[in-house]
Design a protein around this ligand. Structure first.
Ligand code: GAF
Length: 390
């Protein structure tokens, strides 16, 4: 049997040192600071954030590291250890849809923080990351928040967490043009070690939910079916949800009941709204089940969520369905797809002693089906954005 492939998060101190030395090689001088922000895996509450609903993400140990040094002029230079493309321009050139490709996430935050009133100067930036790209694990928000906290540190405002979240969201929605909600940026900033983050997008409040996994591992499987939030699928789901809220005369689907949803005439719009209303209810129940360590209940909730995403919201794919069903057959107590969908990753709660068996079973099933080989990672609940000065 072929060995499974896992993605390791790396050691933060070594990654900070690596970003510092790569920056010095690239630009000839050391950076003034390094920002770090994690990717995330969501345990429950998919596509509910832009419906004023509830979500329950976990910050990954896999993170992006952004080294930054202020310049004495208006130039902005952005480079990455993972991407071939670099970007260079001036502060004045930055604005909505001004920068193509991955660099838009980084340069976009220079713009959005300045829009928010921060005196961010011309700057050199270098980004390094252990968050898999296109895996539905929020590599883009990790770039935005790592760059954002580094820039805030340059203007002595690294503790301004809420403006950082807001600027990261503006970079993604306005500069890159991906119509996302705010889950990924919120957990990338506010995630805490050993917890999931329950976020309520109606009140704007969030609280850490301690995750006592009691001998279980959160196992993420990247199907390597690449997803992009700028493809039409994500935006069209958002439009369907808005159509459902309009049909019911409510400000958002958070205000809708299942009885009301059953009256929506358009069958597709009704199914989309059914997912959102049931998924927000499942998020509350998942918090209760996790707090009680009731793995049977967590398993039932994950199963119902996956079916809802597959059948009602239609954002799954054969690879995700296989990863989820094989994980459960091989011993996971719970499994579902996670993130925006149309590819990306699944998440499973697996007894520690079954982790190898589950990874092997998924890999074997993917070979049989003729799918690309998946990669796996252990999602040890980790902390949000931080700064690392020399
Ligand atoms: C993507 C988006 F960026 C989030 O805002 C959220 O909607 C998620 O998909 C689905 O839950 O990660």
């Amino acid at each position: 049997m072929l060995a499974v492939t896992t993605v390791e998060p790396g050691l933060p101190d070594e990654l900070v040192a690596g970003a510092r030395s790569a920056f010095a090689d690239q630009y000839g001088e050391p950076p003034a600071t390094v920002g770090r922000a994690p990717g995330r895996v969501n345990l429950m509450g998919e596509h509910t954030d832009y419906n004023a609903g509830l979500v329950l993400p976990v910050a990954l140990p896999h993170a992006t590291y952004a080294a930054a040094r202020p310049r004495g002029d208006e130039q902005v230079r952005v480079t990455s250890r993972q991407q071939e493309e670099s970007w260079e321009g001036t502060l004045g050139e930055l604005g909505p849809r001004s920068v193509e490709g991955w660099a838009g996430y980084a340069a976009g935050v220079v713009w959005s923080l300045r829009e928010a009133g921060y005196a961010v100067p011309g700057v050199d930036l270098l980004v390094d990351s252990t968050v898999p790209v296109g895996a539905g694990l929020s590599s883009s928000a990790a770039i935005e928040c790592a760059v954002g906290i580094a820039l805030l540190d340059l203007v002595d405002a690294a503790d301004d967490a809420d403006p950082l979240v807001a600027a990261a969201i503006r970079a993604e929605t306005e500069v890159v043009g991906a119509p996302t909600g705010g889950m990924d940026q919120t957990v990338a900033v506010h995630g805490e070690h050993g917890t999931a983050l329950l976020i309520d997008f109606r009140s704007g409040e969030h609280r850490p939910v301690p995750l006592d996994l009691r001998g279980h591992t959160l196992l993420v499987t990247d199907t390597r079916v690449s997803h992009a939030l700028t493809d039409g699928g994500y935006g069209s789901r958002r439009e369907d949800c808005e159509a459902a809220a309009r049909a019911l005369g409510v400000p958002s689907l958070r205000e809708a009941t299942l009885e009301q949803v059953a009256t929506i005439e358009d069958e597709r719009i009704r199914r989309r709204a059914t997912h959102i209303v049931t998924e927000t209810a499942r998020t509350t129940e998942t918090v209760e089940a996790l707090e009680a360590g009731d793995w049977d209940r967590v398993g039932g909730l994950f199963d119902a969520s996956h079916r809802s995403m597959r059948d009602e919201f239609e954002i799954s794919c054969p690879e995700l369905d296989a990863a989820v069903s094989v994980a459960v057959e091989a011993g996971a107590v719970a499994a579902r797809m996670t993130g925006g969908g149309f590819g990306g990753s699944s998440v499973a709660v697996v007894p520690d002693e079954r982790v190898e068996a589950v990874m092997n079973a998924i890999d074997a099933a993917f070979v049989l089906e003729g799918f690309r080989s998946p990669v796996h990672l252990r999602a040890t609940p980790s902390g949000g954005a931080s700064v690392h000065r020399a």
